[in-house]
Design a protein around this ligand. Structure first.
Ligand code: AMP
Ligand code: TRP
Length: 333
């Protein structure tokens, strides 16, 4: 059976190594498997759940498309489009928000993290965002959703919403129940400055992340300055578990090498960080530098990027508008 893949990335700038290893690199592998039908969405409606400067949003949409293509997603094989241009997403999100329960959304940890202490001041969109995400996925009968670890809970909610809709309206199998695709060991890349917090677009310090647009010298400098500890590198996973910064760097190396974690541990056991960091820098530069050069190139060709989005939107719209018509009938509109 063909797998139907759907995933989304927010055009909120600063796409980084965590986005790449946790999500985008997996998109590329899925795109390359001819058995799959893939849809990759630039989720601009999700981006405005926190306030965005319109000019920056526009350029971040281009940058996200450029990053997809530069990383190896082929727009001829996969659909690439932006969410706001397919109106079925917003409409389905409303209908599903009448299915989802407050109690379910109240459990979402990402809302709690993003809203911070002053929940009263968070936008309603930030709260209901996982319902929009469910609409994205369910409109395309997606079977598999590649994401980083932080999206696992949202995907469980999507499954609950789909099941409740199918049950409430007695339309068994109308919405496909999607499976998450999460790479276990490498689905949560941490900050280079703090091994206990996630590498993030919004962290103030640029030294905390490797951006996909960083050049060679920036990458080398950031890895040199990455936080470590004073001990030589350990020889077992158990020892590594107790050292978050060392673990993060070894995980990044291992992920880039497509290697089991233990193999990378064996390679550097007993060695000091300076030797390891040199090897790590070489690996990161080899992987990221060609992408960053390609992104810069593509950003000079807005006509090409617009064409990708236009064609992608047409294809996405064809699928989504058919599904929303069926939803209307089921609901009784
Ligand atoms: P976002 O930037 O929030 O739209 O995330 C895009 C994709 O990257 C999602 O699948 C996230 O789960 C994934 N992602 C974001 N940050 C990380 C990280 N630090 N480690 C691994 N995956 C991540
Ligand atoms: N919420 C996801 C994130 O912040 C992005 C996203 C939106 C998404 N819709 C999606 C991911 C559908 C997978 C499938 O990273």
């Amino acid at each position: 059976m063909k797998k139907k893949i759907f995933s989304g990335v927010q055009p909120t700038g600063n796409l980084h190594l965590g986005n790449y290893l946790g999500a985008i690199r997996n998109f590329v592998d899925l795109n390359n498997d001819t058995q799959n039908e893939c849809i990759f969405c630039v989720v601009d409606l999700h981006a405005i759940t926190v306030s965005q400067n319109p000019k920056d949003l526009k350029s971040n949409i281009y940058e996200t498309v450029a990053t997809f293509v530069a990383s190896g997603i082929d727009p001829k094989k996969s659909i690439i489009f932006n969410q706001s241009h397919v109106s079925a997403h917003s409409e389905t999100a409303w209908i599903l928000s009448c299915i989802a329960r407050m109690g379910w959304l109240n459990r979402m940890t990402q809302f709690k993290e993003k809203a911070g202490k002053d929940k009263e001041k968070a936008s309603i969109g930030l709260y209901s965002y996982p319902v929009l995400m469910a609409a994205d996925i369910l409109l395309y009968d997606s079977t598999h959703v590649p994401v980083g670890d932080d999206q696992k809970q949202h995907l469980e909610l999507c499954r609950d919403i789909a099941q409740k809709f199918n049950n409430d309206f007695k339309v068994k199998d109308f919405f496909t129940i999607p499976e998450p695709l999460i790479k276990k060991e490498f689905s949560r890349i941490m900050s280079l400055k703090d091994g206990l917090s996630k590498m993030s677009k919004s962290e103030v310090s640029d030294l905390s992340r490797i951006n996909l647009t960083d050049d060679k010298d920036q990458i080398i400098n950031k890895i040199k300055k990455a936080k470590t500890d004073a001990l030589p590198l350990p020889s077992t996973i158990e020892e590594l578990e107790k050292r978050p910064e060392a673990k993060n760097l070894i995980c990044i190396y291992s992920s880039l090498m497509n290697n089991e974690l233990q193999n990378s541990i064996d390679e550097f056991a007993g060695k000091n960080f300076s030797e390891f960091k040199e090897k790590l820098s070489e690996k990161v530069v080899n992987e990221i530098n060609p992408i960053s050069l390609k992104i810069k190139d593509l950003l000079n060709d807005k006509v090409f990027l617009e064409k990708i989005l236009k064609e992608g939107c047409e294809k996405a719209n064809e699928i989504a508008s058919k599904k929303i018509r069926e939803i209307h009938k089921i609901v009784g509109f």
